[in-house]
Write a protein that binds this ligand. Structure first.
Ligand code: ADP
Ligand code: ADP
Ligand code: ZN
Ligand code: ZN
Length: 752
């Protein structure tokens, strides 16, 4: 047996067609191919799932019984696996106490440094921890911000209680909570709040009176009166927000205002910790510096005792620089990082690890990176390999493919027309291969010369948010604008932060998750499910509701999902087939009703493409075509939206928004997850939107998209405080000639 390869035989997960493959260990292998061809089925659902399962087998029976049972991936054989770590683009999220510094452990190292050499000596290192009572600011408990209900957002003073002056939904007129005020006998329910006396106002907001008797339909109730603000705070702010649903949290968030804590100025620490300094800087100032600056500050410390500690901090900080994150600061909350940034932060943790012979699996690590920064990512991938690890990367970016030791091209197409290995070998060989990837790699789109003329301009004036340097810029109407620039240069800040608020009617198509219910799927999301249920009902002369996930007809164990999803605290959520319905989603009674020979479960298992051959209804076909157009022909109608990747979420939203006119569309890296051949289809859609009278603004790094724009706004020159300026505005041809633009330089390079 050759122990230098991972050996897989007869892989059949999802669309894989009995795939046999050997993947060299301790090398970089890149998996490419059109979306839906089966890359994830091979890398995540087969390799990573089996590695996870084998790892679980090593646990004691006691622990194993508490973990969900992993079913074996559908393969004949998998050999020579090691422990696998998946580094994906799921956002780090986390509460407000989770920062770049805490999650990379660098803040902990910094605390240690301050406790050793800071002056005056403040104590041990937990004094510098804002998560520890010894260090946290007593006013904000280490959060740095104070959150309050914003009275102006909460109350409409032009209205009376009877007219619905309390805007918070749970307090709508007639509700139980509304009754506790309106029937308290303390207020004139028809008096506009604007006419309240200061005393009445105070009672409404802060009042504390005991033993109020109020009358409801159910009779008189005696209770303590509590003013609106203490009541809101008790009901909604004191609760652990992690227990609330995202929708609930968002609905509460709209009524809140955030401001820096007045005592610690947002630094989260108490005065004792803040008084301790190294070379004039306290720990909060260090955490607020951009990584690049912090490296210079730490590097300038001359202290023989702390030498090794300083080296350790510098090594980690340099890891952040090497993956293009030097514009971040340690105090940046992880919840505000983009998917690409989150992924790169996760990498840093592993770069510092001394484990070897691991399998690292990356999902499109080039997302969010300007071509200029891709070589740094490459350096990092090589570093992981050279430490003796196996690096598996799902990727479409040419520059990343070029460093691969081995490339596996999955295809030839998506879904049932994919699932085969169409090429394996090195990059040079791929260029000669007659596969979609090989063909697209050889061709390069020309710079667009006949650009559309703007119909009008929208101006952003003197924007100063985050790193923007008093930016004034015109965004053209009725054309396709691409916003470019290195990571951290300020693209999202300009578009989402400065421009969007003044254009609230824009259609924003981003990569955040879609669907609030776990039962949402492409059929329910697009509304096709209603029509499909009607067709089943008519064909069988039964009620349409029988085919609903909410009905008695659906399997109650999995609520019509066919799968059980188990969330594990520290691991990826686990998917197991429902034991009651064996994945069929509905009761036997419902399954016996057929439409042209297929049950409702069969229909939900169809891909979009298969469904367009099955149905003949015009409206359904139109919706299916739209999904196909955005490159989602390979997803099944019943695939839970929660299992879609960020790029797929963005495309399904796009499909839902395609039929508007005269609108402003804003997209953030829509090529995420798309193969080069899918990108040309996406370009067609964007062009169709513009030709239909819409304005399209996209943030994008893909050179083919940049070349095809009507107008380009290039930001830079660098990331963070060295960025935030407009470096160039104009057409692709002009950009390629712009000497001072990094993006221009890459366009020229791609042309030759
Ligand atoms: P890629 O990673 O190349 O984009 P995938 O491996 O995700 O492709 O998908 C290959 C095929 O398997 C597609 O037809 C897709 O719809 C199907 N598939 C993937 N995941 C699931 C799932 N969880 N349930 C059902 N079908 C799936
Ligand atoms: P880009 O979209 O070009 O990658 P961003 O607009 O995300 O750049 O970031 C520009 C600058 O603003 C960076 O220095 C970044 O750290 C900072 N920044 C972005 N979002 C936030 C935020 N929510 N809080 C604080 N700083 C931010
Ligand atoms: Zn504070
Ligand atoms: Zn079930």
């Amino acid at each position: 047996m050759n122990v230098h390869d991972i050996v897989i035989e007869g892989a059949r997960e999802n669309n894989l067609k009995n795939v046999n493959i050997r993947i060299p260990k301790r090398k970089i292998t890149i998996f490419t191919g059109v979306s839906g061809s089966g890359k994830s089925s091979l890398v995540f659902d087969t390799i990573s799932a089996e590695a996870q399962r084998q790892l679980n087998e090593t646990f004691s029976a006691f622990i194993r019984n508490r973990l969900p049972r992993f079913s074996q991936p559908d393969t004949d054989l998998i050999q020579n696996l090691s422990t696998a770590v998946v580094i994906d683009q799921k956002r780090l999220g986390g509460n407000s106490r989770s920062t770049v510094g805490t999650i990379t452990d660098i803040y902990a190292m910094l605390r240690l440094l301050f406790s050793r050499i800071g002056k005056p000596f403040a104590g041990n290192s937990h004094v510098f921890s804002f998560n520890d009572p010894a260090g946290m600011c007593p006013e904000c408990s280490g959060v740095g911000q104070v959150v309050q209900f914003d009275v102006d957002k909460l109350l409409d003073r032009s209205k009376s209680l009877n007219e619905g002056a309390i805007l918070f939904p749970a307090f709508k007129v007639g509700s139980w909570l509304w009754n506790t005020y309106a029937h308290s006998g303390l207020f004139d329910n028809d008096k506009r709040l604007a006419d309240y006396t200061p005393e009445e106002w105070d009672v409404l907001l802060h009042g504390k009176e005991s033993k109020i008797v109020y009358h409801t339909k159910g009779g008189a109730i005696e209770s303590d009166y509590e003013g609106l603000l203490p009541k809101f705070t008790r009901l909604y702010l004191k609760r652990d927000s992690s227990e609330m649903s995202e929708a609930k949290r968002e609905s509460i968030d709209r009524f809140l205002s955030y401001s820096d804590c007045s005592l610690c100025g947002g630094s989260r620490l108490n005065q004792e910790a803040l008084g301790c300094r190294i070379n004039g800087y306290n720990i909060a100032q260090c955490a607020a510096m951009e990584i690049g600056e912090l490296i210079r500050m730490i590097g300038a410390i001359r202290d023989p005792v702390a030498g090794p500690m300083i080296d350790g901090i510098l090594t980690r900080l340099n890891h952040l620089v090497s993956i293009g994150l030097e514009y971040l600061s340690l105090d940046r909350q992880t919840a505000t990082l983009s998917g690409g940034e989150s992924q790169r932060i996760k990498m840093v943790r592993h770069l510092s690890s001394s484990l070897t012979d691991m399998i690292y699996i990356f999902d499109e690590p080039s997302v969010g990176l300007h071509p200029r920064d891709v070589h740094r990512l490459n350096g990092m991938l090589c570093q992981l390999r050279d430490k003796g690890n196996t690096v598996l990367v799902v990727e479409h970016d040419r520059e990343v493919m070029e460093i691969a030791d081995y490339i596996i091209d999955v295809g030839p197409h998506a879904g049932t027309r994919g699932g085969e290995i169409v090429y394996e070998g090195d990059f040079a060989g791929l260029l000669r291969a007659d596969t979609l990837t090989g063909r697209y790699l050889k061709q390069s789109l020309p710079l667009k010369t006949s650009t559309r003329a703007p119909m009008d301009w929208m101006t952003v004036t003197s924007a100063k948010l985050h790193n923007l340097k008093d930016v004034t810029v015109d965004i053209p109407v009725g054309v396709l604008t691409v916003v470019t620039g290195v990571a951290g240069s300020g693209k999202s800040t300009l578009i989402n932060g400065a421009f969007l608020p003044s254009h609230p009617e824009s259609i924003v198509i981003d990569q955040s998750a879609v669907g609030t219910s776990i039962r949402s799927n492409p059929a329910t999301y697009t509304g096709m499910m209603d029509e499909i249920r009607r067709l089943f009902a008519a064909a069988n002369k039964v009620s349409a509701s029988l085919f609903s996930f909410n009905s008695k007809g659906a399997c109650s164990n999995c609520q019509g999902l066919g799968m059980i999803y188990t969330d594990l605290a520290f691991l990826e959520p686990i998917r197991t087939t429902c034991e009651i319905c064996a994945g069929r989603r509905f009761s036997d009674e419902v399954l016996k009703y057929k439409l042209n020979g297929k049950s409702i479960s069969d229909v939900l298992a169809m891909t979009v493409r298969e469904a367009s051959e099955f149905f003949s209804r015009k409206e359904l076909l139109r919706q299916l075509q739209t999904l196909e157009d955005v490159g989602l022909g390979y997803v099944t109608l019943g695939q839970p939206l929660s299992t879609l990747s960020g790029g797929e979420c963005q495309r399904i939203k796009l499909a839902g928004e395609l039929h508007k006119e005269g609108s402003l569309y804003i997209m953030d890296e829509p090529t995420t997850g798309l193969h080069m051949s899918d990108i040309s289809r996406l370009m067609d859609i964007m062009n169709r939107l513009v030709d239909g009278g819409n304005t399209v603004v996209v943030i994008e790094h893909n050179l083919d998209v940049i070349k095809s724009a009507d107008w380009i706004i290039d930001m830079g020159p660098e990331g963070g405080h060295r960025g935030g300026r407009i470096v160039f505005e104009g057409t692709p041809v002009q950009l390629a000639a712009a000497e001072h633009s990094i993006t221009g330089a890459y366009l020229r390079k791609a042309e030759t």
